[in-house]
Design a protein around this ligand. Structure first.
Ligand code: NAP
Length: 200
């Protein structure tokens, strides 16, 4: 049995990942104000402290990270930085720390989003950041040592989130959280590295 750390484990995606991986593994969760441990992924010291207190972790999944949604002609630099600092650098922070804490053969799973490959109006920040997350994993996979793997799950809009985001995602077929969770299972329990698994 492996120990899987799910950051964002109490969120919409995180709960589904915990349900799926919890069938076969020990799962510990983390969030800013929820889960077994406290962490803010934007803060590298907080991420470092998480790995120090979490004990042995074989695999880490990140299912969180904030983005900015809004029109380009009104966008400020600070708004664009929202996604860079949170969803991109937050996940990069976790990977940078995880590579030194995970045992041989461990895995890192990050999260992007369907708009990376299907750009939508008002989603300049999300398209840029989600592509950058996938690019980071492609590059990092070449250099990770000791059999460590890194992959990305690219989920479409979840059924549970369809109402909240319906104005952005007209025409998209929402996916079940169980289907999305299986993509995370492939990342953690599979053998590949540097991949993006689409859950569309
Ligand atoms: N839902 C969808 O349909 C969908 C589709 C495609 C991609 N995504 C992406 O998947 C990720 C998760 O989405 P979600 O809908 O599951 O989000 P969510 O329901 O809002 O859950 C986010 C989870 O992460 C934790 N969290 C939030 N910010 C954090 C931070 N800075 N550091 C540590 N933990 C943090 C939250 O707990 P606390 O409040 O306790 O921190 C919560 O457990 C996002 O990056 C989103 O862009 C979502």
């Amino acid at each position: 049995m492996r120990t899987v750390l799910v950051i964002g484990g109490s969120g919409t995606i995180g709960r589904a990942v915990v349900r799926e991986l919890g069938k076969r593994h020990r799962v510990v969760t983390a969030g800013r104000s929820s889960g077994d441990h406290r962490v803010a992924i934007e803060d590298i010291a907080s991420v470092r402290a998480l790995f120090a207190k979490a004990g042995r972790v074989d695999d880490v999944v990140v299912a969180c990270g904030a983005l900015h949604v809004g029109p380009l002609d009104e966008m400020t630099q600070a708004q664009f930085r929202t996604g860079l600092d949170s969803k991109l650098m937050g996940q990069v922070n976790v990977a940078l720390e995880a590579q030194h804490h995970l045992p041989d053969g461990g895995s890192i799973t990050l999260t992007s989003g369907v708009d990376a490959h299907n750009p939508l109006r008002g989603c300049v920040n999300t398209v840029a950041v989600n592509n950058a997350v996938e690019g980071f994993a492609q590059g990092a996979a070449l250099e990770l040592q000791r059999g460590l793997r890194i992959n990305v799950v690219n989920p479409s809009l979840l059924e549970e989130s369809a109402q909240k985001f319906e104005a952005l995602f007209h025409g998209f077929e929402p996916v079940s959280s169980a289907r999305v969770a299986r993509a995370y299972s492939r990342c953690v329990e599979g053998a590949e590295s540097g991949k993006t698994y689409r859950a569309w």
